[in-house]
Design a protein around this ligand. Structure first.
Ligand SMILES: NC(=O)c1ccc[n+]([C@@H]2O[C@H](COP(=O)([O-])OP(=O)(O)OC[C@H]3O[C@@H](n4cnc5c(N)ncnc54)[C@H](OP(=O)(O)O)[C@@H]3O)[C@@H](O)[C@H]2O)c1
Length: 298
């Protein structure tokens, strides 16, 4: 099968389209014919060597998120051949076929691109909000409110009666507003812009990095209610830095998919690239310009 592989850490140009053996499912595993693969900031960080110990071996195929059709199933699998599924991959999503785990059934009517945009950001947003334990009437600041994680975080919190202020690049504030939040531009003067729309901030979710922890400390009173998905410094200042932890991720992404499929949750149009252009897709994500999930289509 065709798959993107890389043999060393480096820039996007280390990614190559190669022929590799198709994995075989055993036990509970299923082999998925990939219809869409998610491209995540995590993928660039691993490729660049920014996460010690990852990838665990070379050559490596990037990509944790897949959506596609079950092609073959191990003897104990919960899914049958032909079912449409989405979730995580254990062998790398940037490929024609991938072994799936933590999968959910894709609702009818949900596009492949929307389905594959849910697992990592949807799980992370839900986990972070759970750690913040927000109540209706409280005010939450989401750094990265225009991003993929931010998209779920803003909508989930707003739907629970929380007032949400979300940061974005200048000009992207309407994206946050369309998600039910109040959009403010990141950059110099952010603290004042937040105070102008929200005199009191109860809690902060950092889904952006770029110094968001320091900004948050100026806005929060003690004890600090700050969760960062990006910056370990959050834990050093009394908040939480989280990287994993939802007990039932497959169930959780299934619930989010139902909200999207029934129009109760909005997603931005995906930015689709052919599999062979994985390097361009990652470069586009790293550039940080543009919004919407980056998706590879084999
Ligand atoms: N720890 C975990 O478990 C976990 C899980 C998922 C994601 N993450 C991390 O969470 C982060 C967000 O992921 P994502 O998929 O949502 O990425 P994304 O879609 O690219 O969103 C990035 C967000 O950051 C904003 N941003 C860009 N440059 C910025 C700057 N200089 N200052 C402040 N904000 C800036 C973007 O604004 P514009 O779009 O308006 O430019 C956007 O809102 C990534 O670092 C990712 O690795 C962690």
């Amino acid at each position: 099968m065709r798959a993107i592989t890389y043999h060393e850490h480096g820039g996007p140009d280390v990614l190559e389209l190669t022929e590799v053996p198709t994995p075989e499912p055993s036990g509970k595993e299923v082999l998925v014919r990939v219809r869409a693969a998610g491209v995540n900031p995590f993928d660039f960080k691993v490729r660049a060597g920014a996460i010690p110990g990852l990838p665990s071996k070379f050559p490596s195929t990037p990509g944790s998120e897949i959506a596609g059709v079950v092609e073959a199933a191990g003897p104990d699998a919960e899914f049958a051949v032909g079912e449409e599924v989405f979730g995580w991959s254990s062998t790398g999503g940037y490929a024609e076929y991938a072994l799936g785990w933590k999968l959910a059934r894709k609702p009818e009517g949900l596009s492949w691109a929307d389905a594959v945009a849910i697992p990592i950001p949807g799980e992370a947003a839900t986990r972070a909000l759970g750690l913040l334990d927000l109540k209706a009437g409280e005010t939450l600041l989401v750094h990265g409110g225009s991003g993929n994680v931010g998209g779920f975080a803003v909508q989930l919190a707003a739907s629970r009666g929380v007032t949400v202020v979300g940061t974005s690049a200048p000009g992207d504030e309407q994206i946050v507003a369309d998600r039910g939040g109040i959009g403010v531009a990141f950059g110099d003067g952010l603290v004042e812009r937040v105070r102008a729309v929200a005199p009191h901030v109860d809690a902060v979710l950092d889904a952006a990095g770029h110094g968001a922890v320091d900004v948050s400390l100026e806005l929060l009173a003690a004890p600090i209610r700050l969760v960062s998905l990006v910056d370990p410094k959050a834990a050093e200042v009394g908040g939480i830095f989280t990287t994993t932890g939802s007990p039932n991720p497959a169930e959780l992404i299934g619930e989010i998919a139902d909200l999207v499929a029934t129009g109760k949750m909005r997603m931005l149009p995906a930015r689709e690239f052919p599999l062979a252009q994985a390097a361009q897709a990652q470069a586009a994500g790293e550039a940080g310009t543009g919004v919407g999930k980056i998706v590879l289509v084999p």
